[in-house]
Design a protein around this ligand. Structure first.
Ligand SMILES: Cc1cc2nc3c(=O)[nH]c(=O)nc-3n(C[C@H](O)[C@H](O)[C@H](O)COP(=O)(O)O)c2cc1C
Length: 213
């Protein structure tokens, strides 16, 4: 079978349009509509988003995390505060998030400042997780070099034996919230005439502007 060359791979987008007349005045509302549509369409992992952070040497890096909550305060995910992303956020709290819902021909980009959520909120979510995930939060020194797969499994067994059914939340594990200052909603259009609506927080309200594709 002949596989197409990368240079020949392209898709014409034609599912939908995003017009100012239909876009929500509040980006959170627009996001909620699109996220619910992504979940309803049963695409895999609609809650997965790419998180970009920047190191103190001004080098960007990305990874995928899961959105676990959102409201007027911002978007929340959970992780290890000592991980690479945690260290980068401690040095530079500005970050960007991106959802790419391939099947819906949609992208959402969000930029803003990141803060840790409260200990109570982190506790609440931690204790809702399956036992193996709670043990994993103790067993894995996320982003550090480890000796082997075996080392990780031994670490997991050690913490499983230590905590049995009731691991507490590790102090180095919890949630972050990105407080949006700017959003972009991208809807693929035909002949590369995509729709891009940008929302920026200006003088106490959201300014909506169309960007060239
Ligand atoms: C679909 C998906 C969801 C993920 N969700 C999370 C998450 O919610 N939190 C997390 O810490 N890592 C998550 N990961 C793992 C991260 O992508 C990454 O490997 C890890 O956080 C370490 O990143 P860092 O070394 O840049 O800090 C997820 C990976 C995938 C593929």
């Amino acid at each position: 079978m002949n596989t197409p060359s990368l240079a020949d791979m392209r898709k014409n987008y034609q599912q939908a349009e995003l017009l100012e007349s239909h876009a929500a005045a509040q980006p959170l509302q627009q996001f909620g509509t699109w996220l619910q549509e992504a979940i309803a369409s049963q695409i895999p992992e609609p809650n997965a988003m790419t998180l970009a952070t920047v190191s103190s040497e001004l080098r960007p890096s990305t990874r995928v995390v899961l959105i676990k909550a959102y409201d007027e305060r911002g978007l929340v995910w959970f992780t290890n505060y000592n991980s690479r992303k945690g260290r980068e956020l401690a040095g530079n709290p500005f970050a960007a998030l991106q959802f790419h819902w391939v099947e819906l021909e949609r992208v959402v980009r969000i930029e803003g400042r990141v803060e840790k959520i409260s200990e109570e909120e982190s506790d609440q979510y931690f204790h809702s997780r399956p036992l193996a995930s709670r043990i994993g939060a103790w067993a894995s020194p996320q982003s550090e070099v480890i000796a082997s797969r075996e080392w990780l499994e031994t670490s997991s067994q050690k913490f499983a034996a230590q905590f049995a059914q009731h691991p507490p939340r590790p102090p180095h594990w919890g949630g972050y919230r990105l407080v949006p200052e700017q959003w972009e909603f991208w809807q693929g259009g035909s002949a590369r005439l995509h729709d891009r609506l940008q929302y920026q927080w200006r003088n106490g309200q959201w300014l909506i502007q169309r960007l060239a594709p």
